[in-house]
Design a protein around this ligand. Structure first.
Ligand code: MN
Length: 128
């Protein structure tokens, strides 16, 4: 714990409290954390920093997560970055919609912080 993994994770989330919680957990597990408050900032940081993984909120002003993931996946320089959607939606079909938009996975809010490290490892290991 607390050991640098060398892996950068980008959190794209407009709620500062949610960012703080995610950052605390990920930092504890040794990840270098980058933060963006909307999809536009997230895209810029993804292109500049090439994180190993992106955790992306859906509902955000300026640019939402669906628009941002489509742009990420359309850009050859960022399309291979694993991107996980986080949202409090619990509607039937949402998961499929997120995967169709280009997300590699989906996490429901509130995020289970005990499960999160295993989930992160799972996505980082699946480099297909
Ligand atoms: Mn939001």
């Amino acid at each position: 714990m607390g050991t640098e993994t060398g892996v950068k994770i980008l959190i794209v989330e407009d709620n500062a409290n949610n960012r703080l919680l995610l950052k605390a957990v990920l930092t504890y597990y040794g990840y270098a954390v980058l933060e963006a408050a909307n999809g536009e900032e997230g895209l810029r940081l993804a292109r500049e920093e090439k994180p190993g993984l992106i955790i992306m909120d859906i509902q955000m002003r300026v640019m939402d997560g669906i628009t941002a993931v489509k742009a990420l996946k359309a850009d050859p320089s960022t399309k291979n970055i694993k991107t996980i959607a986080v949202t409090s939606y619990a509607m039937k079909g949402d998961r499929e919609n997120f995967l169709d938009a280009g997300f590699d996975g989906y996490l429901a809010k509130p995020i289970d912080t005990r499960q999160l490290p295993e989930t992160i490892k799972h996505y980082l290991a699946n480099n297909t």
